[in-house]
Design a protein around this ligand. Sequence first.
Ligand code: NAI
Length: 462
Amino acid sequence: MSNYDVIIIGAGPGGYVAAIRCAQLGLKTACVEGRETLGGTCLNVGCIPSKALLHASHMLHEAEHNFATMGLKGKAPTVDWAQMLAYKDDTISTNTKGIEFLFKKNKVDWIKGWASIPKAGQVQVGDDIHEAKNIIIASGSEPASLPGVEIDEKIVVTSTGALELGKIPKSMVVIGAGVIGLELGSVYARLGSSVTVVEYLDAVTPGMDAEVQKTFQRMLKKQGLNFVMGAAVQKTTATKTKATVSYKLRKDDSEHSLDADVVLVATGRKPNTAGLGLDGLGVEMTKRGQIAVNDSWETSVKGVYAIGDVIQGPMLAHKAEDEGMAVAEQIAGKHGHVNYGVIPGVIYTHPEVASVGQTEQELKEAGRAYKVGKFSFMGNARAKAVFAGDGFVKILADKETDRILGAHIIGPAAGDMIHEICVAMEFGASAQDVAMTCHAHPTYSEALREAALACGDGAIHM
Ligand code: NAI
């Protein structure tokens, strides 16, 4: 038995960041993780491996479509799938080893195994009971499937199986036009698969700005992805080599089906709470099966906290990280805080899609008076030079005060550019503040400044 100030359950982005911050604040800290490597879903089977495959497949796309125009002649490369997967695995292991190093550096103990909480103040791993004044649950989420859809991770796969397919499928059906479906659908479309996305709603990426949704779907179609919209998937039937996806069109209830070598189920994720012993502990849950917490991320059981995908809010690694730092500060007697109004969302397709704050639809529903500043990347010289003129930046600002309420970008490096607006929003900046800030030329970020200018007297290059 060992005694700790804090034990964190789960070493994903929420858990490992919380552990490092607790240790930095002088708390004796351990983190329990049952996977072979640290980093959770994000590093092992999520954000990081998918980015490696997105990068590799984008390079292929560039070689096939844009190299010749730039005077780079020669045959486009062929794909060595085993090598591409090895590159992806290498990317994972450099990062997971990095966290192991950070744990050692910060004197965080890694307790290997799966944890449960027999009672407040105790964490059980295997036969060992560890005492902890504070426990942070950061056990993440797992893919949520659909009734009638049986996952085998070979033919009918979640994102986990899609990151290690035996070969590149000739055809793929993606169920769900959310972030996972579109990122991984893009990867396989670029690698030569015929990809069809079947989506229940009438627009891709639920919750995004409607104008972005439309432009995004148009661009993806141009890249070769097929879409069946307004279609509710009923079931899949799989053999050893193929699967059939049956769906009903919502407009007329007509029944249809599609065959594919691989079916990717990307219909959302659910909190991972099984096996923690929460029932016995009496931890209150929300109606949606999340752990209920107060403003300090404390559950209904004193000394037991929860962060990340197991609680409410967007299931995003960076949201979990922010909560990890903040809860550590709360436990150490400081004032941890997360601004939930300024959490960026990014889709790492090409082009990238990024947004922060409110959408036009949300502002309309709230009856808020707002103005729109929009700028197309066609007016941005840098974007045009790299075949990235399609897309736009849209800034939404309060009609009277000019304070920035949200921003939506579809275009090159959108996922990095969005942070200029995040910082502006954190400081309560107006669109004019951004418009009056000198932006280097030629950069993609100039499009942001132009959109900010468009909230006032007008953009220059449009
Ligand atoms: P999602 O919630 O983003 O999208 C799921 C889609 O499936 C929705 O559009 C929904 O309408 C559709 N759907 C549900 N049932 C259906 C049915 N029966 N037939 C047809 N369509 C159906 O979920 P996704 O993409 O699986 O992602 C899960 C979580 O992981 C999200 O919270 C996401 O934010 C996070 N994530 C974030 C990434 C990023 O930030 N770049 C990357 C990957 C995941």
